[in-house]
Design a protein around this ligand. Sequence first.
Ligand SMILES: Cc1cc2nc3c(=O)[nH]c(=O)nc-3n(C[C@H](O)[C@H](O)[C@H](O)COP(=O)(O)OP(=O)(O)OC[C@H]3O[C@@H](n4cnc5c(N)ncnc54)[C@H](O)[C@@H]3O)c2cc1C
Length: 384
Amino acid sequence: MTSGYDIVVGGGSVGGLSFAIGAASRGLKVLVLEEDDEIGEPEKCDGLVSLRAMRRYIPPEEACVQSRVTSGVVHSPSGLVASLDASRFEVVVIDRSAYEKQLASMAVSAGATVKTGVRVEATVEEGDAVKVKADSAYSCSYYVDATGPVGILRRNRLRLVPAAKYEIQGDWFADGEVQVFVDQKKYPGFFAWVIPRGNGTAKVGAAGFGINSFKTLDSFLEGRTYRTLTRVAAPIYVGGPVEEFVSGRTILVGESAGQVKPTTAGGILSSVAGGSIAARWVTESIGSADPSLLLGYQREWTKEFGDEFRTMKRLRHMYESLSNPDIDRIVSALGSKRVSERLAKTDFDFHATAFISALGAKGTLQLASILLSAEARQALSSLA
Ligand SMILES: Cc1cc2nc3c(=O)[nH]c(=O)nc-3n(C[C@H](O)[C@H](O)[C@H](O)COP(=O)(O)OP(=O)(O)OC[C@H]3O[C@@H](n4cnc5c(N)ncnc54)[C@H](O)[C@@H]3O)c2cc1C
């Protein structure tokens, strides 16, 4: 049995490594165990983040930034288009693998130990310790579960959406312009996307409840000229935060805690925030031998993201009930000059409230009537 660590972290990605940086730099002995052989590989995420928001936690170094996003385009099922000027948002595409390596190196500099190629097999709480079974048996005060989709799978598997992501070379997308393709028949409950990352390359993906993600992405790309560079499938989570971030001596961080936007499944910022906030409260709790201080973690994360995530969850619920003609009507409303000008002044990470306020009174009434007809349709079909 190896003892001497205050914390063992399962999962060496954005959530787990942000935790390790925060806890090790405050003097705790931290061990991170990552099952993949190399930090950041294989890269499963597209790396779209707001630099402005990331600066509040652990910003990516300039070398991680692949390109800057200047506009967003939404394509409706029937081919209507709404464009948005995104130049004020400071949204960038980062090399997610390079960012994770940056975090790992910061964690090690702060004093943490990071082991790769080591899988956490099981954890058991015994008195005031947790036993972690991995390449060896470890005993520590707390276990941080930062295993991402694996962690959330045990808690809310129904809200995991199959997704596929390719990196491609092509000439039919423009640098700086992120495109989203919405169609409830092809991508139920989600969408397909194109995120250019410079030099004629892009990250393209498709996700949707019940789809075969590779097949769906292949048919999205049919008729477009491209060369595939990498290909990966990974689920994305849209169910919102779990009820309790702390349970006994286990602390959930990042996607494992459901800290992922229920709308777009973006989770880099909220997971880095989760790791950073948790580290502060865990250190305080251990330092003053007061376990009740651990509750401060969930309180602080919820103060920062709770309202917005609740609104996003409601928007998602509505979105899943919309038909393709409903979406056409919404995209047409979003395409109006007045709404797109308002949206351009909002916030990338707090987009749910911004979306509703940007619609204005008239737009909100229009949206409400679309939603009411969608709800009525659903009620009628369940009666039938
Ligand atoms: C296709 C796709 C595109 C995305 N695009 C974006 C985007 O553009 N912007 C954005 O903000 N978010 C995006 N996301 C979401 C984002 O990637 C996640 O929300 C974020 O990575 C969550 O971080 P995490 O550290 O909690 O978990 P993960 O990043 O999932 O990391 C979990 C880590 O735990 C390891 N692990 C799992 N089980 C064990 C075990 N038993 N023992 C040891 N290690 C283990 C895994 O190997 C992994 O490294 C995307 C996700 C997907 C799938």
